[in-house]
Design a protein around this ligand. Structure first.
Ligand SMILES: NC(=O)c1ccc[n+]([C@@H]2O[C@H](COP(=O)([O-])OP(=O)(O)OC[C@H]3O[C@@H](n4cnc5c(N)ncnc54)[C@H](O)[C@@H]3O)[C@@H](O)[C@H]2O)c1
Length: 483
């Protein structure tokens, strides 16, 4: 069985790379010529741990190739994966323009039986629209309409751990509808994922509509857990409780479990925000409420503002003359994906308030600059006060506060003494709850996590900030940094 993957982004590339590693001959198509040229030259246009090596190995062995030629791609695969983007439209619904244009393209080139597998996250009913688009093209060409089947196979990988997720799936959801080609499609899907079902059956078979909705339900559930914990954390802050204790206390309950209970400064990424909005939009279209999910998204939007609100509560609304350091720009660690990243809310807000911003991210610097230029396109002068620092410590020089937005491992154990010496005001707003409030208190660093109590911030406000006597230590540390 040969495989074509249409759309060579995060999902398409990982799918293609992993399936080629399982021995399939894979051809990846993308309409982005620059991306395909880079891939043909052995470059990988995204940061995803392990992807570069996986692609290099399978490219060298001739199992994976890249093209912009739709005809070649259509002819190559017995199965054609659709893995193009489904970004949010103005009203929050999923924009299916890419999916449907791929469907039309498939219909224009189809000559013999192909199994069309929809891996993009799409609203219920999309498979019917894909079928209709392919059938339309086939009938224009006077071809038989049973030359294909459309199945749903939503993807559950996480960026940053995508290869491991694909190669060791908790489950594989496959939606197939009754019809002429049902048994052939089922056999092909079984063969495709046989490697993952050898030990025990991981495939969950269902009808197409249920499979389409399963993906949204999964993302909405995970997003809801995060927003729920964020609300608990905000309450814990007011009540003087610590959300980290609460997280452990409830996670130990088997019915709840430990995953996705971390409070912080909001979720981002290409999936949770758009998929929750799309689910709400689908429900609305069908006259249904989706109140829990709508609230999840609302809470998340507020949560992305929380660190700036706290900064303003301490330093005042006008941040002119203050320098704010930011650690972490990508929406989460181990990716350079900037889609819906919290940094894209925080940084323009700081710049609008007149702050100077110095930011560091281990891998997302280039993507972050592109995103911020686009976000600030109406106010390009703001970016004159923004700089990308060469490393985490360089971002801190003379800073009045540090905002931690992404939990990269490199940020877990910084040299706090050095940090304190470099900053004009040792004040850490920890949006990912990486640090121990007591340890930082002992070091004289004003600290506020999310739901971790705020004693030190009050200490700062009362004028007993330990920052004032730091000048000579700071000079020493700065010269060490430049040495
Ligand atoms: N990124 C994730 O973590 C993730 C996880 C699970 C599911 N998904 C879903 O998978 C889908 C793809 O997401 P992604 O993050 O890989 O998107 P992406 O934007 O990284 O990649 C999409 C690719 O499709 C290409 N494309 C668009 N139209 C095309 C066409 N007509 N022909 C050929 N190529 C075309 C684009 O050029 C782009 O390279 C989305 O529906 C998303 O919701 C994403």
């Amino acid at each position: 069985m040969r495989i074509t993957v249409i759309g060579s982004g995060y999902v398409g590339l990982v799918t293609g790379a992993c399936l080629s590693d399982l021995g399939f001959k894979v051809l990846c198509l993308d309409k982005d010529e620059e991306k395909i040229r880079a891939l043909q030259n052995g470059e990988v246009p995204i940061y995803e741990p392990g992807l570069q090596a996986l692609l290099a190995r399978n490219r060298a062995d001739g199992r994976i190739r890249f093209t912009t030629d739709a005809l070649e791609a259509g002819e190559h695969g017995d199965v054609l994966f659709i893995a193009v983007g489904t970004p949010p439209a103005e009203d929050g619904s999923a924009d299916l323009v890419h999916v449907l244009s791929v469907a039309a393209m498939i219909g224009q080139h189809l000559k013999n039986f192909k199994l069309v597998i929809n891996k993009s996250t799409v609203p219920v009913g999309t498979a019917d629209r894909v079928r209709a688009a392919i059938s339309h093209e086939l009938s224009q060409r006077g071809m038989a309409l049973d030359l294909f089947d459309v199945v749903s196979n939503p993807e559950f990988l996480k960026e940053g751990a995508a290869i491991d997720d694909f190669m060791h799936p908790d489950r594989i959801v496959v939606g197939i509808d009754e019809g002429l080609n049902h048994s052939k499609s089922q056999r092909m899907m079984g063969d495709l994922y046989a490697s993952f079902n050898r030990h025990h059956a991981r495939t969950v078979w269902m009808d197409v509509r249920s499979a389409e909705l399963t993906k949204y339900a999964a993302n909405a559930m995970l997003a809801t857990r995060i927003s729920f914990m964020n609300e608990i954390a905000n309450l814990a802050d007011v009540l003087g409780a610590d959300v980290d204790h609460i997280r452990r206390g409830i996670g130990a309950d088997n019915r709840i479990g430990h995953s996705f209970l971390y409070a912080g400064c909001g979720y981002g990424g290409s999936c949770f925000p758009k998929d929750t909005q799309a689910l709400v939009s689908t429900a609305r279209e069908h006259g249904q409420g989706m109140q829990v999910v709508a609230a999840t998204e609302r809470v998340n939007q507020q949560q992305k503002e929380i660190l700036v609100n706290r900064l303003v509560a301490t330093l005042g609304p006008d941040l002119t003359g203050f320098k704010i350091a930011v650690w972490g720009l990508a929406f989460k660690p181990n990716t350079d994906d900037m889609r819906e990243a919290t940094s894209r809310v925080v940084i323009p807000n700081l710049l609008e308030r007149g702050a100077q911003v110095s930011a560091f991210d281990p891998v997302a610097g280039v993507e972050a600059m592109k995103a911020l230029r686009s976000d600030c396109q109406d106010k390009p002068q703001w970016l004159e006060r923004f700089e990308l620092a060469k490393d985490d410590m360089a971002a801190l020089v003379d800073a009045d506060a540090l905002l931690v937005l992404t939990e990269w491992k490199n940020f877990h154990n910084p040299d706090f003494q050095h940090m304190k010496a470099l900053m004009r005001r040792p004040f850490v707003l920890d949006g990912r709850n990486l640090y121990n409030p007591e340890a930082l208190a002992e070091l004289g660093i004003a600290y506020q996590g999310v739901g971790r109590r705020n004693d030190l911030v009050q200490l700062m406000r009362s004028g007993s900030s330990p920052a004032d006597d730091a000048t000579h230590r700071k000079e020493e540390a700065v010269s060490a940094l430049h040495a």
